[in-house]
Design a protein around this ligand. Structure first.
Ligand code: RFL
Ligand code: PHB
Length: 389
């Protein structure tokens, strides 16, 4: 098989890139290790920046997002029984959109399938060859049969555990990592959200987040130990713990019900540099991870796709290598700012095992500063709605 861009990974980064390339007549093949049902079964991000919404529009896949997504003009932040609001539209002129990653992925699959894009599921043993030459190729196995794609570029969109990053020689790659000493236990339940806006809660018992997918589908998270297992948490135990971490007036309103999904995610900050090696370009989680506190994972994946798509477009339409040559530098400049924000917000909101009384006082002082200071709220709002591309 032959194509212009071989895309490794059929998560949101890979699908968005494939769909944007398709709108410009640039050919690609997506190789996904799992099945479509498996990819659509993963419950992940829920908050979209305007930049991602615009990319979905450009991809022609934003109809449902506009019909069903919920615009949020601000967010609530609590500590103990205190709660305040950061107003996004007042400070930045922009809201964020609450719409699940699962739905983004479904809409992208829909767009790609309608225009008969090439997506190969169950692609095992993907290997990227000769990425540092002008003639890369990719080999993989489906149903036990070996296959080969000759291509001009390879986009590594295969997430944190993929093969693309590992293809960059260790002497060239530099990795930066911070692992947090806790995880998030999340549940999805068919209950009305406790509040019409998200609540990020700092409590002496640990962090909690009240989020949603729609008016009858809630997503809640509580900070948990890395040794915890979802099966050790009954629904009742989860609701009981959540109520103890959010302000009493919110806990009193909380509607509980059976969970329809329950999982634990570890928290990590990670960046690899550079994001390009020859004709291989890394996008999204393949290159960087943020703790989910700032809702930046999916959104940073989208800004990478924006830079790469424009670089490839420039290459194919104007015979210019300028965009692809600048890709790593431009993507990383934005990634590091999202890393900083996610790290800052995570540090502010979680309980740390080795936290001293002094550290606790610092968290409260910072929350009180944020509550009362316009400039601090503006900085938070600008980062949360997404820094410019
Ligand atoms: P993904 O979504 O991981 O998709 C990568 C795809 O590549 C496939 N793959 C391979 N395919 C072929 N060959 C291989 N060797 C392959 N190895 C892997 C995988 O099957 C998969 O389909 O990366 P992508 O597209 O870059 O998208 C990034 C986002 O998914 C990610 O940033 C966010 O979901 C992060 N994240 C969250 N972000 C938020 O903003 N808010 C959240 O609440 C939030 N929750 C989460 C999350 C990430 C999680 N992970 C990664 C464990 C919760 C979890 C559990
Ligand atoms: C979610 O709804 O899953 C969600 C929202 C905001 C975050 C993280 C996760 O910061």
């Amino acid at each position: 098989m032959k194509t212009q861009v071989a895309i490794i990974g059929g998560g949101p980064s890979g699908l968005l890139l494939a769909r944007l390339l398709q709108t410009r007549g640039i050919e690609s093949v997506v190789l996904e290790r799992k099945t479509k049902a498996y990819v659509l079964g993963r419950i992940r991000a829920g908050v979209l920046e305007q930049g991602l919404v615009s990319l979905m529009e450009q991809a022609g896949c934003a109809d449902r997002l506009h019909a069903e997504g919920i615009a949020h003009d601000g967010t609530l932040i609590s500590y103990g029984d205190e709660m305040f609001r950061v107003n996004f539209t007042e400070h930045t002129g922009k809201p964020v959109m609450v719409y699940g990653q699962t739905e983004v992925t479904r809409d992208l699959y829909g767009g790609l399938e309608q225009s008969s894009a090439q997506i190969v599921f169950n692609a095992e043993d993907v290997v990227i060859h000769n990425a540092h030459t002008d003639k890369p190729h990719v080999t993989y196995v489906v149903d036990g049969k070996p296959n080969r794609i000759n291509c001009e570029f390879v986009a590594g969109c295969d997430g944190f555990h993929g093969v693309s990053r590992q293809t960059i020689p260790i002497e060239v790659r530099r990795e930066y990592e911070k692992v947090y000493p806790f995880g998030w236990l999340g549940i999805l339940s068919e209950t009305p959200p406790v509040n019409h806006e998200l609540i990020y809660a700092n409590s002496p018992r640990g962090f909690a987040l009240c989020s949603m997918r729609n008016e009858n589908l809630s997503r809640y998270y509580i900070q948990c130990s890395l040794n915890d297992k979802p099966e050790n948490w009954s629904d009742d135990a989860f609701w009981h713990e959540l109520k103890r971490r959010i302000p009493t007036d919110q806990a009193d309103k909380l509607v509980t019900g059976p969970s329809i999904e329950k999982s634990i995610a570890p928290l990590r900050s990670f960046v690899t540099e550079p994001m390009r090696w020859g004709r291989l370009f890394l996008c999204g989680d393949a290159a960087h991870i943020v703790p989910p506190t700032g809702a930046k994972g999916l959104n940073t994946a989208a800004s990478d796709v924006h830079y790469l798509f424009n670089g490839l477009r420039d290459y194919y339409e104007n015979q210019s290598t300028n965009g692809i040559d600048k890709y790593s530098e431009k993507a990383l400049a934005r990634v590091w700012k999202a890393e900083r924000f996610s790290w800052w917000f995570s540090s502010l909101m979680h309980s740390y095992p080795d936290q001293s009384e002094f550290d606790l006082k610092m968290q409260i002082a910072e929350l009180e500063f944020l509550r009362s200071n316009r400039a601090a709220q503006q900085a938070m709002a600008e980062n949360y709605v997404g820094l410019p591309y």
